[in-house]
Design a protein around this ligand. Sequence first.
Ligand code: NAD
Ligand code: UDP
Length: 314
Amino acid sequence: MKKKILVTGGAGFIGSHLCKKLLEQNNEVLCLDNYFTGSKMNVLSMLDNPMFELIRHDIVYPYIAEVDEIYNLACPASPIHYQHNPIQTVKISVMGAINMLETAKTTGAKILQASTSEVYGDPKIHPQVESYWGNVNPIGERSCYDEGKRCAETLFMDYHRQCDLKIKIIRIFNTYGPNMHPNDGRVVSNFIVQCLRNEDITIYGDGNQSRSFQYVDDLIEGMVKMMATSDSFIGPVNIGNPNEFTILELAQTVIKLTNSKSKLIFKPLPKDDPQQRRPDISLAKEKLDWSPKIELEEGLKKTIHYFDKLLRNN
Ligand code: NAD
Ligand code: UDP
């Protein structure tokens, strides 16, 4: 059945892939964004589709539309961007969540929150299961994002318990792919752009910290499945690829796939940078019949192809 769907942060990296998928499924999509880290270029190919509507709006302020579903993605996700104006990051996470939950309350829409593995902080349990409460510094430089996202989860749960809202919470682990901004600052886009330009590869710390990298198509499939599944399963559920790599291994793989002459240079490790991260995805497998299909080298090749084209045209 055709649905009217609001995607906040729809002009961002993940949001643009989500809008495309929802249109392919024959839905009407309202894409809301203030272009802080997203861009109209990401949704250019959808602009002439009559089922697609682009709205410039900041979710720190209320926005009401009659919709069936809301995906709440609006929030800068890269540490350099969310730390640029940390007070604004908290406002986006907390006031943005309240505004979108109020929209859901008013219209009866089902609402999904794009939460994050950052709610686990620098985890003491490995791999991370949803029942783990995390190890987050509440007063550090990453706190505006981590605590903002944790508070958003709290709000979603309270609106569910207190107002009977239909909610869904997914915890997304490091995701990469086309439509990331070349200056996004996250590790995959940084390494690919540096390699394609034969510039030094910036390793923060000794590079032995690990992450588990998920290709964006896998995430979108998990996200849409989560929204579609029974209202009784609200999450939180981890959506990520459990294959874990050190940052040094990632750098070596990107050098190999780009045939680059780039050399590694070592920079200070940012404060509170988590040492390791890997999702336990048993719950997603059981409840959503979902697991990621695209492994690192395959996903990196697609992403390298995207950036290669982008950099050649600029
Ligand atoms: P992104 O920065 O590319 O996208 C975020 C989008 O939100 C951008 O288009 C930005 O302009 C928009 N936005 C920011 N503030 C806004 C505001 N006040 N009002 C309206 N729009 C606003 O990042 P992304 O990687 O696509 O992340 C999307 C969501 O997924 C975020 O909520 C992020 O926290 C979450 N997430 C992403 C990852 C990942 O690895 N990419 C991991 C965990 C969680
Ligand atoms: N990182 C790095 N070089 C870069 C960018 C990031 O070594 O140019 C490291 C960063 O310190 C972290 C990991 O890569 O340990 C993942 O960083 P990212 O910002 O992509 O995501 P997050 O830290 O939020 O998981």
